[in-house]
Write a protein that binds this ligand. Structure first.
Ligand code: GDP
Length: 434
């Protein structure tokens, strides 16, 4: 999916535009514990084109001076985006700060579409002409508050989207990514899996953007590591922000079958870890929890058990994810990782036989009937698997409200016991039989 970033100095109206383009979808209420929606990166749609959009205004850098902040935001946009919407304020004219941002964008060679915001009525159209001098061609007048001009602006942005390569469907290649806080050891583990130090991509603006996909073959299996670390170590300031690491994680997750969620044994579990792992779960990807830097722990059975308890209580929604303890540095137990990746990926893509599924469900029902809700009893007629990646089951019932989530959870566990779905989430949907 193509990525559009919105850049500009504070208060030109970036967030208003962002929210308009994203529409309703961002206000989805999450009931998964430990997961909160981040507002800086979201999916949007224009006509038939889906794309991702970044509000760089959401990247805050604490006490850094404004100019540093803006340069960093522009840099994120350049690294991440296929097209940049550069937003200025039609009521203010061109300011020094606009010129600073323009300079950074200009050097990047990325397509830039210039939006002049707060042009709320036709009389103000005149104001846009001076913005030609910024050097990005035709300025597009918009009004964020009134929602005017957005169509033309998006038409211009979409024109710059790169051709999407056709995803090679249905091969056996397993695509996986490593996500986690800065310094958990993602790059180190990638290097140790690939068995060589990768070439650091050059520092010329625009060359290191986006994820780096590295294919490799091991024991006759094909893998692709999706690594978003390509552009790191360029702007230390923004790289250390939480939102930035979440953004990177989201990009990697979207393209993966299996996600390795890295934790640091030395620092233990932190809030940010929960958020990042939560996204992988939410996206329905297979997940493996990797506890890195295990060499720093005086390791014995007890230490492992303690860490496991800690993981399980902090990541309750990830109870299906296996935990692997390893050290990217000493390479201890790194060889156990790929077999887990293969297993999780196979489970993620697995179809079960309908007759066996129904036996399992009926047995579960007989053993532990659903409790009545308001005097009504749940009846299950039939279950079928409707999708893979992740495995998704529809259960036809007399009344879908009678399927309490705790009962769905019980059925999920019975299905897991019967088929073993280690590493992958599974979904159960109750549907009223018509
Ligand atoms: P990233 O930001 O997640 O890509 O993390 P890096 O791979 O750059 O690693 C951050 C730091 O942790 C570096 O100084 C690594 O040398 C160190 N590190 C990575 N893996 C291990 C490990 O298994 N054990 C120890 N002791 N240090 C590690």
């Amino acid at each position: 999916k193509s990525v559009v970033a919105v850049v500009g100095r504070p208060n030109v109206g970036k967030s208003t535009i962002f929210n308009r383009l994203v529409g309703e979808r961002i206000s989805i209420v999450e009931d998964t514990p430990g997961v909160t929606r981040d507002r800086i990166y979201a999916e949007a749609e224009w006509l038939t084109t889906n794309f991702n959009i970044i509000d760089t205004g959401g990247i805050e850098l604490g006490d850094e001076p404004l100019l540093v902040q803006m340069r960093a935001q522009a840099q994120v946009a350049i690294d991440e985006a296929d097209v940049i919407i550069f937003m200025v304020n039609g009521r203010d004219g061109i300011t020094g700060a606009d010129e600073e941002v323009a300079k950074v964008l200009f050097k990047s060679n990325k397509p830039v579409v210039l939006a002049v915001n707060k042009v709320d009525n036709p009389e103000m159209q005149e104001t846009i002409y001076e913005f030609y001098s910024l050097g990005f061609g035709k300025p597009y007048p918009i009004s964020g508050t009134h929602g005017l001009g957005l169509g033309d602006l998006l038409d211009a942005a979409v024109q710059h989207f790169p051709e999407q390569p056709l995803e090679e469907e249905d091969d056996d290649t397993i695509r996986f990514s490593l996500i986690g806080r800065p310094n958990v050891g993602k790059s180190s583990l990638v290097n140790s899996l690939l068995g060589q130090e990768r070439v650091i991509v050059s520092d010329i603006a625009g060359t290191t953007r986006d994820a780096v996909d590295t294919p490799f073959t091991k024991d006759q299996r094909d893998f692709v590591i999706i690594d978003t670390a390509g552009m790191r170590k360029r702007g230390k300031v923004y790289e250390s922000t939480e939102k930035y690491s979440i953004m990177r994680a989201l990009k990697a997750i979207e393209r993966s079958d299996v996600v390795l969620s890295l934790l640091d044994a030395e620092t233990g579990i932190q809030e940010q870890d929960k958020k990042i792992a939560g996204y992988a779960h939410e996206a329905g990807r297979a997940v493996i929890i990797v506890v890195n830097k295990w060499d720093t722990i005086k390791s014995d059975e007890k230490a492992m058990k303690e860490f496991e308890d800690d993981v399980r209580s902090n990541f309750r929604y990830l109870d299906y994810a296996p935990i692997v303890y390893l050290s990217a540095k000493t390479k201890k137990r790194t060889h156990t990782l790929l077999p887990k990746v293969i297993e999780a990926s196979e489970n993620h893509a697995r179809r079960v036989q309908t007759n066996i599924l129904n036996e399992v469900i009926m047995d579960a029902l007989a053993m532990n009937p659903a409790p009545s809700i308001k005097g009504q009893k749940l009846k299950i007629y039939y279950a079928t698997q409707v999708a893979v990646k992740p495995p998704t089951f529809v259960v036809f019932v007399n009344e879908s409200e009678l399927m309490h989530f705790t009962y769905a959870r019980f059925l999920e566990n019975r299905i897991r016991d019967a088929f073993g779905f280690e590493g992958t989430p599974i979904k159960i949907i109750a549907r009223k039989r018509s």
